[in-house]
Ligand binder design. Structure first.
Ligand code: AMP
Ligand code: MG
Length: 322
């Protein structure tokens, strides 16, 4: 089986209704989607991705009204966050109803929910009578796909059809936040689980400061896995000039923000210094260096603000040695 790539949302909907897993475009990255209420359809996602079952999936909805059947309680601020950022790259982790299969949430009593900002996928979701569980459409642990071709390159032989909606405009995964109660009181706070396409600054303008924790005490909820989003080649993050001196004699690929470096193959993500544009280009740059004849990938640290926080997070985890 070799996947056909096309833009036929009706055909994609038909496959999804039959319980198939279908790659779909979103503004963040391509997702591998299946009926969130159908356990055997969701199981196909895990099989195709070779994803461990302890890594929960995000459920995608086409309307705010579709959240009610998934979630039994909306914590303070949730409604405002949805109004402000949906459709868009913000995932809210909320207390789940029993209708959501444990496979989707890895047995957690919460479910991550978001409404993607992609015309074709919203059309698809509104046509379907069920929400779509969808992780990124790539083999587990590798760099996420931001074009239909990226999906075809890696999963093309395992799926019948890829819904092509063009290159992802945001290019990094959603920001994930979750509400946590403090002990048995009614007090609580929103915590950042993964930086992503909506900046922390923008979220804090709506609901105030996010909670911070000294140590991560949640069960590992794996966009939190240390090594993730990783190319096959070794990645080092830091001062590129210093790293070049440490890798003399090797063919070097570099990923930098505004300025090029004198290396074998350099990817400059945004000469004009736009962190949104840099995020949009990050994964394609990592893939292209991984596919090139470079021996090693050196990346600089980006400003820790706006989308720079998500870029640094992905680069750090791409660089953790496996
Ligand atoms: P991906 O779809 O590949 O970007 O990964 C989805 C990520 O969302 C997971 O790896 C988790 O980190 C996070 N996530 C999804 N559901 C939950 C949840 N119920 N609690 C905490 N994190 C979650
Ligand atoms: Mg992923």
């Amino acid at each position: 089986m070799i996947a056909r790539i096309g833009s036929d949302t009706r055909f994609a909907a038909e496959l999804l209704r039959k319980g198939e897993a279908v790659p779909i475009p979103t503004e963040t990255v391509y997702g591998l989607a299946a009926n969130a209420y159908d356990e055997s359809a969701v199981l196909k996602i895990f099989r195709i991705k070779e994803r461990p079952s302890f890594d929960p999936l995000i459920v995608h909805v086409g309307a705010k009204a579709d959240v009610g059947p998934l979630v039994h309680e909306l914590p303070p601020g949730a409604d405002r966050l949805m109004d402000e950022f949906w459709p868009g790259p913000l995932t809210l982790v909320l207390p789940k109803r029993t209708a959501v299969p444990d496979l989707v949430t890895s047995g957690l009593d919460t479910v991550g929910v978001r409404m993607p900002a992609h015309r074709m996928t919203l059309e698809l979701l509104r046509d379907l009578a069920f929400p779509l569980a969808a992780p990124s459409a790539n083999p587990f642990g590798y760099v996420s796909p931001t074009t239909a071709q990226h999906v075809a390159d890696q999963l093309g032989e395992r799926i019948p059809y890829i819904l092509d909606g063009g290159a992802c405009t945001v290019g990094v995964e959603s920001t994930i936040i979750g509400w946590e109660k403090h002990g048995t009181t009614l007090e609580g706070a929103w915590y950042l689980y993964r930086p992503g396409g909506v900046s922390v600054e923008a979220i804090e303008r709506v609901i105030g400061a996010l909670g911070t924790k000294a140590a991560q005490i949640r069960p590992i909820a794996p966009g939190m896995l240390e090594s993730h989003y990783a190319p096959r080649k070794p990645v080092y993050v830091g001062d590129i000039n210093g790293l070049m001196r440490a890798h003399i004699g090797l063919r070097i690929g570099s990923i930098s923000f505004r300025s090029p470096f004198p290396v074998h193959k350099g990817e400059v993500l945004s000469p004009s210094g736009d962190l949104g544009q840099a995020a949009h280009r990050l994964f394609a740059a990592l893939r292209s260096l991984d596919a090139s004849d470079c021996d090693v990938i050196l990346a600089e640290r980006f400003p820790e603000e706006g989308l720079g926080r998500a870029i640094n997070d992905r680069l750090r985890r791409a660089s953790v040695s496996r």
